[in-house]
Ligand binder design. Structure first.
Ligand SMILES: [Zn+2]
Length: 324
């Protein structure tokens, strides 16, 4: 496990943006009537960016507000609460966490304290009970220092195994695990009436997906599910929202291609007898040979070998299961 953690820690600090809002509200954007988002910078966590590297969204209904994701720290969560209050006087009723990665749930305390019911996949309980998660929490405190004040690592009020529906005002909001992808406990939030999908970290616009939890095979099913839903808007956990069907289709297909290229290449290398070190050292060149466009993707050179590290073990297990 120590090796796994150190891989997380060497995850690059490449800047792509570098504009640091002093309050979450500075990034507020209206997506459409009653749906808003706040947008963190496209970077890894640093003291300078205060950990504001992810997005969060909120939906206003007649009877209250539903928040999707809680940002990286208690302080940022509180800023999001303040931001919501500027837009709506309705109470915050629910805070749904798309997955238990630090930049999406560390701020959950700020929503609990204003009376919101916090919801996540049941994997959240497992996550907070793991020693490695606490090591990560300590590491995060070292980077963010005072920005972490008030941040607790905690689970939610409700955990779900497959899904639930929130009926609030006239709105029906579906909270569902469609598949295992980015983590064992990904959930997406879907508003069928409006055809708006909050996708967590399954698809990004212009950034490499992070495959560190080892579910690359079923990730492909998440992508199929998105295509099946045919969302009008796809609102991701990082980076730009995808606001046309064409863009969504393009990004889903691109994500599918990347994951498939990576999986196929690693499989081939294993079958050729290559070891993990070789694969990690050569995976960037191998993928760029397949498609030179990979070299243009921000953070490709740093994240791709880390992805390869995790997918290697996944494919090795698949090969054992296949009896090779
Ligand atoms: Zn994540």
């Amino acid at each position: 496990m120590g090796k796994v953690i150190s891989f997380f820690l060497i995850l690059i600090t490449t800047a792509f943006g570098g504009d640091y809002p002093e309050h979450v509200s500075k990034t507020l954007k209206k997506i459409e009537k009653d749906i808003y988002g706040v947008f963190g910078v496209y970077e890894q966590v640093s003291y300078k960016n205060r950990g504001f590297i992810s997005n969060a969204y909120f939906v206003i209904t007649d009877e209250g507000v539903v928040v999707i994701d809680a940002l990286s720290t208690y302080k940022l969560g509180k800023e999001l609460v303040e931001t919501i209050k500027k837009v709506s006087s309705k109470p915050i009723k629910f805070a749904v966490i798309t997955h238990y990665h630090t930049d999406h749930f560390y701020g959950v305390g700020a929503f609990k304290e204003v009376g919101a019911v916090a919801i996540a996949h049941e994997w959240a309980d497992e996550y907070v009970s793991k020693e490695s998660s606490w090591n990560f929490y300590e590491a995060r405190k070292k980077i963010l220092k005072d920005h972490m004040d008030g941040t607790k690592m905690e689970s939610t009020h409700i955990t779900i195994d497959s899904g639930l529906k929130i009926n609030l005002g006239k709105e029906t909001i579906v909270v569902r695990q469609f598949c295992k992808g980015h983590t064992a406990g990904d959930i997406m939030v879907w508003i069928p009436e409006k055809k708006v999908l909050f996708g967590g970290d399954i698809v990004f616009d212009g950034r490499l997906p992070f495959l560190g939890s080892g579910f690359s095979k079923s990730w492909l099913k998440c992508l199929d599910k998105i295509l099946e839903l045919k969302p009008k808007y796809l609102l991701p956990g990082h980076g730009k929202p995808m606001l046309t069907e064409k863009r969504i289709l393009d990004r889903v297909r691109w994500t599918r291609k990347y994951i498939s290229d990576l999986r196929n290449t690693i499989r081939k290398m294993i079958e050729e007898g290559r070891d993990l070190d070789y694969i990690r050292d050569n995976i960037n060149t191998a993928l760029i040979e397949i498609d030179p466009m990979y070299a243009q993707v921000p953070v490709f050179f740093d994240v791709n070998p880390v992805n390869a590290y995790y997918v290697y073990f996944e494919i090795e297990n698949e090969l054992i299961e296949e009896g090779q």
